[in-house]
Write a protein that binds this ligand. Sequence first.
Ligand code: X2X
Length: 337
Amino acid sequence: MPTMTRRTLLRTMAAAPALYLGVPKFARAAEFSYKYANNLPMSHPLNVRSQEAADRIRKESNGRLEINIFPNNQLGGDTDMLSQVRSGGIELFTPSALVIATVVPVAAINAVGFAFSNYDQVWSAMDGKLGAHVREAIGKSRLYAFEKMWDNGFRQTTTSNKPIQSASDLSGSKIRVPVSPLSISMFKALSAAPASLQFSEVYSALQTRIVDAQENPLPIIQAAKLYEVQKYCSLTNHIWDGYWFIANGRAFERLPAELRTLWETAFNEAGIKQREDLKAMNQSIQKDLEAKGLAFNQPKADTFQAALRKAGFYEEWRGKFGDQAWGLLEGAVGKLA
Ligand code: X2X
């Protein structure tokens, strides 16, 4: 048999596709191969739109920049991913505002209880001065934050034992919250017994009744199948939560200008589409979750805010965030305390 030249080898491979299924689409190794990790299943719009952006970046950079997604806590829980993106072990991560606030405290400002009442307020604040203020703070910890925040949603409360009709129903309730000082403080102010757990632990913590309740936006309850281990869903709308798309600072600086522009454009445009996906889902998602067995109720919203005021929650967090950030928040949503 004649020795195979590169050309005949390639021809042979082309004739027998089944033999080289393992070979990546772009045979030439990418100049920049980046890892993007997150805590959500692949079915969530955050991953669907990120995959689209990654495909676009690979194509428009002619394979120079490749981004591989590791969804669903494959590379560890939020706390692990956050330390990996800071050290450079991974290049990209999407922490919720609540979670990145463990490193950049002011990032939790959008999650002040009952601050935002609708998406118009949310996006004009986060695409405007409040968002710019937080991005700057993120930049100071040698992380790069993309301009457009992605939507997580308004957080709702699910339980296994009883519906939450008003703030007093939360009293003593064992509720899981993210690894977030603001969430702990807020649920303590509501007399609940909150416990911080990474999202990777939530399903089993509910299943084994380590906690009775959790709180998350409906698209997360759907994507992570939390309806399988919860009975009631009370539409508390207590926090608006979003994801910051962040990169390791050095990984960002390493990219040549044209690739930086490409990934900024691709991820920011994908983020806008992801916001629209969630908006569209919000029309039908309650019906879907009801069909899967969750019982919904609309609690009395003003009882929660009154309880928070009484407990001094707003005063405490105004002090923690400082007058500048607090002023930007109140500028967007009106007086809170
Ligand atoms: O951990 C959660 O609850 C989640 C998925 O909403 C966040 O990323 C904060």
